[in-house]
Structure formats: C-alpha cells, structure tokens
Design a protein around this ligand. Sequence first.
Ligand SMILES: [Zn+2]
Length: 380
Amino acid sequence: MKMPFVSFLAAGEKATPSPQLIIKTAGKCLVHQFISLEQITMQRKFSVLITLFSALLLIAAVASASLAQVTMPRISYRDRTLPNGLRVLTAEEHSSPTVAIQVWYKVGSKDDPEGRSGFAHLFEHMLFKGTRNMKDEMMDRLTEDVGGFNNASTWDDFTNYYEVLPSNYLETLLWAEADRMGSLNVDEKNFKSERDVVKEEFRSTVLAPPYGRFFYAIEKDSFAAHPYRRPGIGSIEELDAATLEDVRSFHSTFYRPDNATLVVVGDFDQKQLDTWVDKYFGRLSKPDRPLPRVTVKEPERVAEKRINEYAPNVPLPAIALTYLTPAVKADDAYALLLATVPVTCLPATNCSGSVRASGSTRGSWTVCAWCDSGERKETG
Ligand SMILES: [Zn+2]
C-alpha cells in the first residue's frame, strides 16, 4: 500500500462526524450510476446478511469437503483470428435455444483525446444510431422485438456491446454487429443528438444527485498523470467543444476489426457460425494506421494529499481515501479483492472498499464514508 490520498466533500452545515454510510455502485454506464442513501442502508444490511449466509455456506462446504469433491466443468471454446485482425471466441452450449453475442472494443475512457473527455462513452451511444443499412435504434428492434435484449457499457479500458436472443436470429445479429462496425453513420445529426443525451446524463448523474460530484472527484483526483484521471462521462465544456471532425477521427482510429473481439456463446453449429462470421465480418478491411495505445505511467505517490470540495446539494459530509494498487491483472489483485470483504462487510467499520478494475496500468482502491450528524437533511 502506498500513501493514502484523501478526497473530502463537505456540506455547508457543520456535522458531528459519526461515520455511517458508504458504497458506490456500478451499472450500465459505470461512471454514472450511484445509489441513494436509503439504498445504501439497505445494501449494507443486505451485505451483512450476505456475509452471514456466505459464512454458513463456507462452514457447510468445509464440512462436506471430505464427502464430495466439487469439480467445475471446463468450458470448451474456440479462439481464432480473421485475416483482418478480428479475434473470435466461440463456445457451443445447447442447454437452451438462445445465443449471446458480444463485441468488445479495446477503447475506453482512458483513450479519450486530451481536452475531449467523454468520447468513448459518446460512441457507446452512437453505435445505436443508424448505419448504411440500418435506421436509428434498429438494434433494439432486432433484439427486443423477438424476445431478446441488448446493452452496452463504457469502461476505462474497453467498451462492450452485447445481445442475447433466440438462436434462430443469430445470423441477423452477426450481420448487424458487422454492419455497425463497418458503416456507422457518424454525421452531424447523430453526433449532436447523442451529445445532448450524454450531457443530460452528466446533469442527472453528476450534478443532480447529492454525491454525484463526490464520485466524480474521486475519479478526477485519484490519478496524477494517467488518463484514468479523466472521468469517463466527460464534461459539458469538453463535449461542447468537440467537432464532428474530432468524432470521426476517434471512430476511425478505434472502431475497426483488429481492435475488437467477437464472442458468441450458446446454441449454434460451429461450422455454420464460422461461415457467417467470415461472410459478414471477414469483408471489413483492416486500416493501415497503427493503433495508438496509452503508455503514460502513473508516478508513485510519495506523500499524502488532501482535497476538499464543496457542493450546494450535499446533505452530509463524505470522505474517501484512495490508494494506488497493482493492475487488475497482477497476482496481488486477488489479495486486494479479498481485502474488500472485511472492509465492506464489517458493520462496525461503517465503510466500504472497492477495487477499481484497470487492465493496462494500475488501479485505485477506495474507502468511502458518510459522516452523519444524526439529523439527516432532506435534499429537496
Ligand atoms: Zn451513457
């Protein structure tokens, strides 16, 4: 563990520190979804129950270990790469007549251009707009109208898109995923409409909630040099400053077959699937330009640093301590994951820990607490 780095957000009112609450959640757009205080209380109670339940399960497992050896079935999968660089991972599983399709692009918020934060997230939205062959929101029609579903999420290191649907629609969705990889309409109309949607997300998830700015500050202040310091949701000013040319350049730089992995799992015939993948994805060309990669190294922390921030709609002071950790792929990441259990689940500590996933460099470990004066103010 390195020196702690403290981010502190206080309300205008003086409060007697009596730490009570915690926890940050993540959802579809990871950087945007946080839970309310009531939900936090519920979640803490729930986490205590989970701990007790887990302990009982552990005791039961240890007691029965001598009776039966549990073996996990190995997943048999195929891994191949098309001539255009697209990696394809597939696993047949016929227990239900459904398939799951995922396309992962190696572009995340850390790849946002300097002064243009929010681009990776903007493209998560834009990929649901029209293409050369599909009208706007067609991906929803192709999935939801046949009983399936789809979604996408933007992370620091990657952006992923997925669909789950009846397996007889697999070919249609492979065609659709290839179509939006190769012929997305990056035009003024789509850019402006999705930029407005993202700006509204910023207002509703960062500015409006009492602790929206708190989590924004944790992201912004936990890294000194690495682009992880730029919150993935961006900022109104930088989104407003973006031009269509910036957006087109970002798209052509990162959305390409040799920067993507297609994953298909479920009820399909491998030979038939290979034929469809070759037919629809194989025709996409691999650009000549090299793929830029982030090489910035986050410097070691040599001293504690404290930051205070204030906001008008914060009912109670809150505090977060963050530590630099090894990257999520390092062996020590497992030990850190385990370390979150006692911090998260011991009610007496009144705080919570979470390991931030980071693939290419290092992560941060955050402990947060709300200081409750006992007289909770309504936020209006
Ligand atoms: Zn979003």
